[in-house]
Write a new protein. Structure first.
Length: 471
C-alpha cells in the first residue's frame, strides 16, 4: 500500500466507538487533533487507504472527512490531500496541577469563538461601501479635509438624525448630534461633563461591561448597581440614591446586555420620572437596537423625553467596530459642554469615513444591509436554539429574540466548569459572571453566547463544540 499511515509517519490509534462507524471515526479524529496527537498541517491518508486499514467502507471515511472539513478540523485542497487544519489546540500533561491547567488554557488559541459583542465581519458590505466612498470622495467639498466641526460632518449628523427618527423613534436634529469614535469615546465625554457638573455617581445595571464601569470610575464617578429581575433593571431604586449624588444612570433598555431582556414599560417610565424630578440624565446605550427578530424593535427610550436622555448608538454592531464611528443625540442643554469636551482635533473620526457613512445611509444601502444581517442573525439564533433542543434539551435559552447573543441558563454552580470544558473543546465563550457588578448578588449561572462572530465555515464546528461542553 503506497499511502498508508506508515507512509505519512502517523499512528492514529483509532477506536471506533459511538452509535456508528462514521460518528466513531469523526470523534476519534477530533480527539486526536484536540489532544495534539495529530499536529496542525499533518497530511492524512486517502479515504481508500484509511478505509482498508480500518476495515470500513470508503464512503464512511470520505463522509467523515467531508464533515470534519466543514467543521474546520481538517482542510482539503486539490493536489495537497486532506490535512489537519492550522489550529493550536493542545491538552495539558495528565499530571499537571489545576493552576497549571488554568494557565495553559489561557495561553491556547481557541479554534472557535462565541464571544459576544462582535458582528459577522465577513459580511461587511465591501462593494457597496466602496461605491459610497467613491461617491462621497467625488462630492466632498475642499473644506471637508480640514479639522472641521468638533461635532462631526454635518452630512453624517443629518443622515444619522433622519435615520434614527425613522428607525428608532429618536427625536433629533443635526445640531444635537455629535459624532464620536465609538461608544466608549462618547461615554468618556459624558463622564467628563458630569464631573464638571459635580455629579458624584452614575448608577449602572447589575450586569454589563466592566470596562464601561471602569471608565466611569476612572473619571471619578461611583457606580452603584441597580437591582435586576425578569423585567430588567429596577429603576424605581433610583429614588433611593438621590441623597448620594447620583446624577445619571446608564441603561440598555431595548435589549439589556448581557441578560437579554427588554426594560419593562413601567420601569422605562420610572427612569424618565426620576430624571425629570431630579434633573438627572439617562444614558441610553442602544447598541443593537435594529436587531429584533420576533417583532418590531422597541423604540428608543429617548423618544419619551429628549431633554433628559442622552442617546448613544454605534456602527460597531450594524457594520463593523473597525470603522470607529458612533453618535450621541444630546439634550440641547448638553451640546455646548460636550462639544467643548470633545475638542477640535483629538478623537476626531476620519472626515472621509463620515462622508462615506452619510452616503451609505442616504443611498439606502445601510437599510438594505441591516435587513440582510437581521435575517442572517435570526437564522443563526434559530440554528442555535434547534441544536440545543436536540443535543442539550435541559439548557434553556432566555431573553428576547434579538441582538447578536443569546443567554443559556445552566444548573446552579456549573458556569465555571462549563466555561472550562468549552476551552478544552477549543471554544472561547463567556459566562454571565464575567459581566456581574462586584456588588451584585450572584443570582444565576449562564453562558453568554455570541452567535454572530464565527464565519460560515466554522459555525457548525462552534455549535458542536458548544453542545459537547454543556452539561
Amino acid at each position: 500500500m503506497t499511502d498508508s499511515w506508515a507512509t505519512y509517519g502517523v499512528d492514529l490509534h483509532v477506536e471506533l466507538g459511538g452509535s456508528g462507524l462514521r460518528t466513531g471515526l469523526m470523534n476519534a479524529l477530533r480527539e486526536a487533533v484536540r489532544t495534539g496527537r495529530l499536529a496542525p498541517g499533518t497530511r492524512l491518508p486517502s479515504s481508500h487507504s484509511l478505509a482498508v486499514d480500518l476495515g470500513v467502507a470508503r464512503n464512511t471515511v470520505a463522509d467523515a472527512y467531508a464533515e470534519l472539513v466543514a467543521e474546520g478540523w481538517l482542510t482539503a485542497r486539490q493536489g495537497s490531500g486532506t490535512r489537519v487544519a492550522q489550529r493550536a489546540v493542545a491538552a495539558p500533561h495528565k499530571a499537571a496541577p489545576a493552576a497549571a491547567v488554568t494557565r495553559h488554557s489561557a495561553r491556547r488559541k481557541p479554534a472557535y469563538s462565541l464571544m459576544p459583542g462582535a458582528p459577522d465581519l465577513a459580511s461587511f458590505p465591501r462593494a457597496e461601501w466602496l461605491k459610497a466612498a467613491r461617491r462621497a470622495l467625488t462630492a466632498a467639498p475642499h473644506e471637508a479635509f480640514g479639522y472641521g466641526d468638533p461635532r462631526g460632518r454635518v452630512e453624517l449628523r443629518t443622515a444619522v438624525a433622519e435615520y434614527l427618527a425613522r428607525a428608532r423613534g429618536v427625536r433629533a436634529t443635526a445640531d444635537r448630534v455629535v459624532i464620536c469614535s465609538g461608544f466608549v469615546h462618547g461615554l468618556m465625554l459624558i463622564a467628563k461633563v458630569l464631573r464638571q457638573r459635580r455629579v458624584r455617581e452614575v448608577a449602572v445595571e447589575s450586569y454589563g461591561l466592566h470596562f464601561h464601569r471602569d471608565l466611569l470610575t476612572e473619571a471619578g464617578l461611583r457606580t452603584p448597581a441597580l437591582g435586576f429581575d425578569g423585567h430588567g433593571s429596577r429603576t424605581g431604586e433610583l429614588t433611593e440614591l438621590r441623597g448620594a449624588g447620583t446624577g445619571a444612570v446608564l441603561l440598555t433598555p431595548a435589549h439589556q446586555f448581557p441578560i437579554g431582556v427588554a426594560l419593562h414599560p413601567d420601569r422605562r417610565a420610572a427612569a424618565v420620572d426620576w430624571a425629570r424630578g431630579t434633573g438627572g440624565l439617562i444614558l441610553e446605550d442602544d447598541y443593537d437596537g435594529e436587531f429584533r427578530y420576533d417583532r418590531q424593535p422597541v423604540g428608543a427610550l429617548q423618544g419619551l423625553d429628549p431633554g433628559r436622555v442622552v442617546y448613544l448608538g454605534t456602527a460597531s454592531k450594524s457594520l463593523a467596530p473597525g470603522l470607529r464611528l458612533a453618535w450621541m443625540v444630546l439634550p440641547e442643554s448638553l451640546v455646548e459642554e460636550v462639544t467643548a469636551a470633545k475638542g477640535v482635533v483629538d478623537w476626531a473620526s476620519s472626515a472621509l469615513d463620515q462622508l462615506t457613512l452619510a452616503e451609505f445611509i442616504g443611498s439606502g444601502a445601510y437599510d438594505r444591509h441591516v435587513r440582510s444581517m437581521r435575517l442572517r442573525y435570526r437564522r443563526r439564533r434559530d440554528q442555535l436554539v434547534a441544536a440545543l433542543a436536540e443535543r442539550a434539551p435541559d439548557v434553556r435559552v432566555t431573553g428576547i429574540a434579538a441582538g447578536l447573543h443569546a443567554v443559556l441558563e445552566l444548573p446552579a454552580g456549573t458556569e465555571r466548569s462549563v466555561v472550562q470544558a468549552a476551552a478544552w473543546q477549543g471554544l472561547a465563550l463567556d459566562g454571565v459572571g464575567s459581566f456581574r457588578h462586584p456588588s451584585a448578588e450572584r443570582d444565576r449561572d449562564a453562558l453568554v453566547v455570541g452567535y454572530a462572530t464565527p464565519p460560515d465555515s466554522a459555525w457548525a464546528g462552534a455549535l458542536d463544540a458548544l453542545c459537547r461542553a454543556l452539561p
